[in-house]
Design a protein around this ligand. Structure first.
Ligand code: FDA
Length: 305
């Protein structure tokens, strides 16, 4: 109920106005969001990569409803990738792209065209792109787009959400050599017929998916903060005799930073997903929905304590 209410609020204009104008919101937002500009993103990337971590940068701004904004977001990604390339950060920092930020809602081809240009710029900067997965109604379109992108850019990363009932099927299809696949639980509201909604069912699905990906020939990117799932991932790496550079753990900026460093110190590859930009509302509300403690922290800040 709590999660559903916050996810509904993440798409409500009224709730957005209340949250965005609340006096202490910005302090709390800063815990999860790296700043607003390319320079903020570059500074955080330099700090994280300097500590031995990898990064995936996400430019905030989703559900774009007009062509001009979609094009502006593509242009922003091109500028970001140019900056990463010039700073020599391409070996450790890639980008994550939401197709809804570059026009998917308007036309699939528009998003494909923008994503192609972003992939081209990523290649020039010596890095890669992962295409985020969004609301369940967009999954087929997003997988089609990733498939198209991979014709020219085979290192384009796909995302599978374990809460989807079709997740195992998607894992089996994508566990081939060279295929970079991020596995996450899924952060959007999704109805029973298409998704598991109980935590235990979602966790079990995550484990089944991990087993397929870790036994397969692709490059699994295991995106979770869940200590139990991280332990199981480690056990599956041993079982499948995977070297540390054949898969990676991924976590969000601001969440379990000590665990990120602990895993990296043990020799694991750890990538931190760093979101930045002005359009932080939807992303921020999904983080609050994930954990009652995050929401309580936010409410205490609003109360000025
Ligand atoms: P969950 O939220 O169930 O938390 C499990 C446990 O983790 C908690 O019980 C606690 O122990 C620990 N934990 C979680 N948050 C914590 C905190 N703040 N502090 C301390 N401990 C904490 N989603 C999506 O739909 N599409 C996408 O493309 C992506 N991409 C993506 C990339 C990356 C790198 C990550 C890490 C996540 C995503 N997600 C995503 C989001 C994902 O689907 C999911 O909503 C969140 O990762 C939260 O799920 P967890 O697996 O962490 O488990």
């Amino acid at each position: 109920m709590f999660r559903q209410a916050l996810l509904a609020a993440s798409r409500s204009g009224g709730a957005r106005r209340v949250v965005e104008t609340a006096p202490f919101t910005r302090d709390v937002v800063r815990r999860f969001i790296a700043g607003e500009t390319i320079e903020d993103a570059a500074r955080v990337t330099e700090a994280l990569t300097g500590e031995g971590l990898h990064v995936s940068l996400d430019v905030l701004g989703e559900d774009v409803q007009d062509k001009g904004q979609a094009e502006a977001n593509v242009t922003h990604y091109l500028g970001l990738l140019d900056r990463l390339g010039r700073a020599g950060l391409g070996a450790r920092a890639e980008v994550s792209v939401k197709l809804s930020a570059i026009g998917q809602t308007l036309a699939e081809d528009l998003a494909l065209d923008g994503a192609r240009r972003i992939c081209g710029a990523a290649r020039s900067a010596g890095t890669t792109v992962t295409v985020d997965m969004e609301d369940h109604t967009t999954v087929d379109s997003t997988l089609r787009t990733v498939h198209e992108l991979r014709r020219d850019f085979p290192d384009t990363g796909a995302v599978i959400q374990a809460y989807l009932r079709r997740a195992e099927e998607h894992c089996a299809e994508l566990a081939f050599e060279g295929s970079r696949v991020r596995l996450c639980k899924g952060a959007y509201a999704a109805p029973e017929p298409v998704a598991f909604t109980g935590k235990e069912d979602i966790d079990k699905s995550f484990v089944r998916c991990m087993k397929i990906l870790m036994a397969g020939k692709g490059y699994p990117m295991l995106a979770t903060h869940d200590p139990r799932l991280i332990d199981i991932a480690g056990a599956l790496a041993v079982l499948n005799e995977r070297d540390p550079d054949t898969f990676e753990y991924q976590m969000l900026y601001g969440i379990r930073p000590q665990e990120q460093r602990r895993l990296a110190a043990q020799g694991a590859r750890v990538r931190v997903y760093v979101a930045y930009g002005q359009e932080w509302y939807g992303y921020f509300m999904r983080r609050l929905a994930e954990r009652p403690a995050n929401f309580r922290f936010f409410m205490r800040s609003l109360a000025g304590r």
